[in-house]
Design a protein around this ligand. Structure first.
Ligand SMILES: Nc1ncnc2c1ncn2[C@@H]1O[C@H](COP(=O)(O)OP(=O)(O)O)[C@@H](O)[C@H]1O
Ligand SMILES: [Mg+2]
Length: 261
């Protein structure tokens, strides 16, 4: 681990020399303290031409940070960096990994949950995107770094669009119907349940809703998929009911989906 700025600068210099990275603009904010593996992952993405510049942090969550960054072509991208590797993180996340047929080969005492979690979010996003659910387009993943489309505020470059939680909805009924459609498409076409769906993981850009934060999403064959689906549906209904939408019965949607799949 790198603990101070001098350390990090020395390592950055060394990596640049070793990897012949010429463009020193990768880090606008050099005081950011990334550990060595994160730096290596970022430099690999730089060398692959995925990222060319990192700007500041736009969001800091419990275990991940999101950066506004840019491609060599000047397109805005979001870079999600997973930083926490605690026992608690491991304990909490295992539930969303074990039992998912895609991760059958993951051995019991496997070491790197952060790498796996990041991979999981990446492949979930790819599946959702392919099925036509509106999610940030996934671009690349390396170790604990996930690169995707930046969902920006139309008013201000480099600022994320508001979350559903804080958005000023013009038409809540319509937003509710769009979200119901996303849940349905995700389940029936992508074969996924989001698993952490709420007003905190939906972004609102104008009339467009975008689902984010797919680390928890599970294959519908996961033994808890139905429970996660029910929770997701209830969260969404509750939020819109509070806004005064005549949402109807969440159980109905749950039964409709689980009986057709
Ligand atoms: N693709 C994106 N474009 C712009 N901002 C994003 C993007 N993804 C996430 N964010 C911002 O970062 C915050 C945290 O991202 P999220 O994936 O929900 O991680 P966490 O696990 O920390 O909740 C979001 O609430 C949102 O404001
Ligand atoms: Mg989130």
């Amino acid at each position: 681990m790198i603990h101070d700025v001098e350390d990090i600068e020395a390592k950055v210099t060394r990596i640049k020399e070793e990897k012949k990275v010429k463009d020193s603009q990768l880090f606008e904010v050099v005081e950011e303290v990334f550990d060595f593996k994160t730096l290596m992952a970022l430099y690999a993405l730089l060398n692959r031409g995925v990222i060319s510049r990192m700007y500041g942090v736009v969001a800091t969550g419990k275990e991940a940070r999101i950066y506004w960054a840019q491609t060599p072509e000047g397109e805005d991208i979001a870079v999600k960096i997973f930083l926490v590797q605690t026992a608690e993180f491991r304990r909490n996340r295992l539930m969303y990994i074990r039992g998912d047929p895609r991760f059958r080969k993951v051995k019991k005492g496997f070491r790197n949950i952060i790498d796996l979690w990041c991979t999981k979010e990446f492949i979930n996003l790819k599946r959702a995107y392919k099925a036509g659910v509106r999610v940030p387009r996934p671009y690349a993943k390396n170790y604990n770094v996930l690169v995707m489309e930046f969902i920006g505020d139309p008013e201000e470059r480099g600022k994320p669009a508001p979350l559903l939680k804080e958005a000023d909805l013009e038409n809540p009924e319509e937003a509710f119907n769009i979200l119901k459609g996303f849940i349905e498409k995700l389940y029936l076409d992508a074969g996924l349940v989001h698993g952490d769906l709420s007003e905190y993981n939906v972004m609102v850009r104008g009339n467009e809703l975008v689902l984010i934060d797919f680390g928890s999403a599970v294959d519908i064959r996961h033994p808890l998929a139905a429970d996660f689906l029910r929770r997701d549906i209830y969260n969404v209904y509750k939020f819109f009911q509070k806004l005064g939408v005549e949402a109807g019965s969440p159980e109905e949607l749950y039964l409709k989906l689980t009986s057709t799949a």
